[in-house]
Design a binder for this molecule. Structure first.
Ligand SMILES: CC(C)(COP(=O)(O)OP(=O)(O)OC[C@H]1O[C@@H](n2cnc3c(N)ncnc32)[C@H](O)[C@@H]1OP(=O)(O)O)[C@@H](O)C(=O)NCCC(=O)NCCS
Length: 505
């Protein structure tokens, strides 16, 4: 490329004032059929607002007529000089994954150059003429329709089917909600009893998996072992590709998988400690049996209910990374085990499955309430993240954390009091040192406190989460299969423009 930016740029640039609202900027972009608008103040460039920013905003419940562009634009954007060669603009755009760059001449805004302009000169056609700007990480992008549930981040609300998840956790059993997800309706007492008995009968490990589990458990973390074990379960059970089975068979497989995951995980946990696995008991509920298989002792009813409520709260949560992974794999027609192995893999990443144990480690480190403020303040100033605070979707109280705080309180104990003191201090310090970021307690903070109080060891926190999320994943696999189309998005090529001559070896 030897063309200069001024040969390609759109000029004059379309601008909007810094005090414009999102609605005004959107209407301007719509009228002018452009994908971005440069935000100016006193003649200078202060930001750029793109379709990507609008998509992010649209995913929230803000009022676009009241919302200032200043909150959503990219402030102080990179710019490119009018006489610069196209290569400079190309690398500016591709390096930061931008789609538009303001063009300046001696500091004055004179135009905008877009990825599409550069692709024209490179004679590369975009993947599709209708290709839209997509935010990094697909944030806010709607990729499917679902009737399973949703998360409303601004309102601090999420639901399973038509019911508030928190209301369900307060009043129903895990098995009831399992049925609600699988079949779309809450059961009456008789149906609930039958279902609980049916799934309790599916908990035992199959023989080949049981024989191989000691070797599987000996390597890696419990979640690594679960990944391998689910793969073995699918193979041993002879589960055919999802494309070749009907909804009834898929549901039967899903029931079996959800029932056996806690047995696998608790067996792995015990084998890793040199202890014999404890066989499941069909007379206990999902949660009671989980705690039984973990320790070999019947847990107190308060602990069983607390753990059951934690499990209910974590069954599903929108199109999180592992759920999306499960649906992508299911969309290829692969078998159920393949979809769930992929989902477990996604969950194991620290950015997703999180680490409720880290929040607890923080409490250990703080040690006493009088040290909390200095500890948190130092950590935030150092640039560290405070574990158990902040959320991508919730910009207000995470409803799971509010509920679990209540559960923790009802369990009582020194740790709970201490955790509440640290929570209070952390929210205050974050509000002071990170103003406007809307950082509140997330599910991880009190999840760790509740699980610890109920005797679940720290390395089983995320695996416990996997037990309940398997119900969510398998529900999504069934929904995907019921109205399937292969999920196969496109990527926008952003490397050096082809075709280049292939150098001789
Ligand atoms: C959950 C999380 C990854 C969401 O992050 P996100 O939506 O991408 O938020 P961002 O990374 O854009 O952060 C926005 C700002 O808030 C700050 N912030 C976010 N979470 C924070 C936390 N827990 N502690 C301190 N600062 C935090 C960031 O440093 C950033 O500040 P800046 O604008 O000065 O750079 C993030 O809040 C986090 O890392 N929390 C701690 C880990 C945790 O609890 N994970 C479990 C989640 S359920």
């Amino acid at each position: 490329m030897s063309t200069a930016v001024q040969d390609l740029m759109s000029s004059p640039p379309v601008t909007c004032p810094a005090d414009a609202t999102l609605a005004e900027a959107t209407s301007l972009m719509d009228r002018r059929q452009i994908g971005s608008v440069v935000v100016t103040d006193a003649g200078g460039v202060v930001g750029i607002l793109t379709e990507r920013d609008l998509l992010r905003a649209a995913a929230t419940e803000i009022d676009p007529h009241a919302e200032p562009v200043l909150r959503w634009m990219t402030a102080d954007p990179d710019v490119v000089g009018v006489d610069d060669e196209v290569d400079a603009a190309w690398s500016g755009l591709t390096h930061h994954h931008y789609r538009h760059l303001p063009v300046v001449d001696h500091g004055d805004l004179v135009g905008v150059v877009s990825m599409r302009d550069l692709l024209t000169v490179a004679q590369i056609r975009p993947a599709g003429e209708a290709g839209a700007d997509v935010p990094r990480g697909l944030e806010g992008v709607v990729v499917a329709e679902t009737s399973i549930g949703d998360v409303r981040g601004q309102q601090g609300f999420y639901h399973y089917r038509q019911y508030s998840a928190v209301d369900l956790a307060a009043s129903r059993s895990l098995e009831d909600i399992w049925l609600l997800l699988f079949d779309g309706a809450l059961p009456d007492r008789g149906r609930a009893r039958d279902f609980a008995a049916q799934v309790a009968g599916l908990r035992a490990l199959p023989p080949v998996l049981a024989g191989l589990l000691p070797a599987v458990a000996a390597t890696g973390s419990p979640l690594d072992a679960l990944r391998t074990a689910v793969s073995l379960l699918g193979a041993e059970s002879g589960w055919p590709p999802g494309l070749d089975i009907d909804a009834t068979e898929r549901r039967a497989q899903a029931l079996r998988l959800c029932a056996v995951v806690p047995t696998i995980l608790t067996a792995v946990h015990r084998l890793r400690r040199g202890l014999a696995p404890i066989p499941p008991r069909a007379d206990l509920s999902f949660a009671a049996n989980y705690l039984w298989m973990l320790s070999g002792e019947e847990a107190p009813p308060a602990h069983v209910r607390a753990v059951e409520q934690y499990l209910i709260l974590t069954i599903d949560h929108g199109f999180n990374a592992s759920t999306f992974t499960a649906r992508v794999i299911a969309s290829t027609g692969a078998d159920l085990a393949a979809a769930i192995v992929g989902a477990i893999g996604a969950l194991s990443g620290p950015l997703h499955g999180g680490a409720p144990s880290r929040a607890l480690a923080m409490l250990d480190d703080i040690g006493s309430p009088d040290r909390a403020e200095a500890w948190i303040r130092d950590a935030v100033i150092r640039g560290d993240r405070i574990m158990g605070f902040g959320h991508r979707v919730y910009k207000t109280d995470d409803p799971r954390s509010v509920f679990l705080r209540g559960v923790a309180r009802s369990l009582g104990g020194d740790l709970v009091d201490f955790a509440e003191q640290v929570e209070h201090t952390t929210v205050e310090v974050l509000a002071e040192l990170k103003p406007g970021r809307q950082l509140y307690t997330n599910v991880e903070f009190f999840a760790g406190v509740v699980m610890h109080t109920c005797g679940i060891p720290r390395d089983m926190f995320t695996p416990t989460f996997a037990c309940s999320r398997t119900i969510g994943w398998t529900t999504h696999v069934m929904e995907q299969a019921a109205d399937n189309r292969l999920i196969r998005p496109a990527a926008r090529y952003a490397g050096p423009p082809p075709p280049q001559p292939v150098p001789a070896p």
